[in-house]
Write a protein that binds this ligand. Structure first.
Ligand code: SF4
Ligand code: SF4
Ligand code: FES
Length: 221
């Protein structure tokens, strides 16, 4: 068993639990701040300190194991900028981004956002790409963002980096990313009903027959 502190109260929990499970072991019933439990939904952003360490640390509670002496809290919900826009009516360039999120211009490059990202994303790097109007770079650097909001909580300029990057990825995906020819062709085939007969047949198979089909399938080179 190890000692940890949750919302300033001391608890003993078994070694090896994730922060999320330690919360539950200590008796907290989590109805907010938890989702997929697999590191994908971004709901479980947690802030902690170690005793006698002045630094704040940031983590996903479902992905981080508790350590002795951890002082933990979960971040609250921060209302964020959610301007509406019609993606089909937008132009894919940096001015569109800055028009919708003008506060991006107030970034002064402190890099606090990058230091707080549990996904190790170069957040300042993608905000800089947004300022340059480089949507491809913005989409690429921010690709693994899970919208946990930890960088939002820490940004002294009150910018909401994940929402800016989401718009950037939408613009890039809608207008700039090269079309995947094979995917386009397959969608057309599906819409034309090419696979309807095969799908109907699959629906009649037992689980065992489906497993056999799966293991015998042809795998693309
Ligand atoms: S960029 Fe921000 S919102 Fe996205 S994963 Fe990193 S800290 Fe979370
Ligand atoms: S924390 Fe905010 S101001 Fe600092 S670099 Fe990141 S986006 Fe810019
Ligand atoms: S619960 Fe979804 S990322 Fe932790």
């Amino acid at each position: 068993m190890i000692d940890i502190f949750i919302f300033s109260q001391q608890y003993q929990v078994p070694e090896g639990l994730t922060i999320l499970k330690a919360f539950e072991w200590a008796g907290f019933k989590l109805t907010h701040g938890v989702g997929c439990r697999g590191g994908f939904c971004g709901a479980c952003g947690t802030v902690f300190r170690h005793q006698r360490d002045y630094r704040l640390h940031y983590a996903l509670a479902c992905q981080t194991v508790v350590e002795p002496g951890m002082i933990l809290t979960q971040i609250p919900f921060f209302p964020a900028q959610h301007p509406s826009y019609d993606l089909n009516a937008l132009k894919a360039d940096g001015l569109t981004l800055l028009g919708i999120y003008p506060e991006t211009l107030s970034c002064f490059g402190c890099n606090t956002c990058t230091k707080s990202c549990p996904q190790d994303i170069d957040v300042l790097g993608y905000i800089s790409a947004a300022l340059r109007g480089d949507l491809a770079d913005l989409a690429d650097i921010s690709f693994d963002c899970i919208m946990c909001g930890l960088c939002v909580a820490r940004c002294p300029a009150e910018i909401v980096p994940p929402n800016i990057s989401l718009l950037g990825r939408r613009l890039y995906g809608r207008y700039l990313a090269p079309t995947a020819g094979h995917l386009h062709k397959r969608v057309q085939e599906i819409e034309a009903g090419t696979f309807q007969e095969a799908i109907s047949e699959l629906k009649t198979l037992t689980i065992g027959e489906l497993k056999a089909r799966y293991s015998q399938r042809e795998i693309e080179a």
